[in-house]
Design a protein around this ligand. Sequence first.
Ligand code: ZN
Length: 161
Amino acid sequence: MEESRNCRFVVDAMLKNIVSWLRILGYDTIYWGGGDKEVLSIAEAEGRIILTMDRSLAAIATRRGLRVLLFQENDIPEILARIARELDLSLSFDPIYTRCPVCNHPLKLEHKSGREEWMCPRCSKKYWRGSHWRNISRTLEEARKRLQALRHDLQNFKYLR
Ligand SMILES: [Zn+2]
C-alpha cells in the first residue's frame, strides 16, 4: 500500500480546500491557481494527477493522455473517498509519511516529552495533535466510511450485471 503514497497531484483553483488534506495523508500535492495551460504542463512534466471541477480542463487532459479526476461537488470526505477508490489509496494517517499542510514538504517526526511533534524542515512550522486533531480525524473517518459505501455500491453493481 505504501507504494501508492507515490501518487502526486496537481489541484486546480476550485478544489483548493482539498490540498492540505492530501498533504496530511502524505501525498505530494501542489495547488495551481493560474490558467489551465500551466496545470496541464505541470501534470505532464511532473507526472501529477489532475484534480479538478472543470469539465473542459478534464477533457483536454484526457485527450493528452494525462490522468485526471473530475469532481462535481466540493465535499471533502466525498472527494477523498473517490480519490482513494479510483487510485486505490490509503485514507489512514501515517505519522511517518505526513507532509506540511502549508508547503507540501515531508515533515520530520520528533518525540518530545512523550508526545509526537512534527517539524517542517522547509517552513519551520511545528505540528502536534492539538484540539484541531479531533476534527481532522473525524473528517478522515467520514471519508473512510464513504469509501466503504462506494466500494459496496460497486460490488452491488457488479452483482446486478
Ligand atoms: Zn512547511
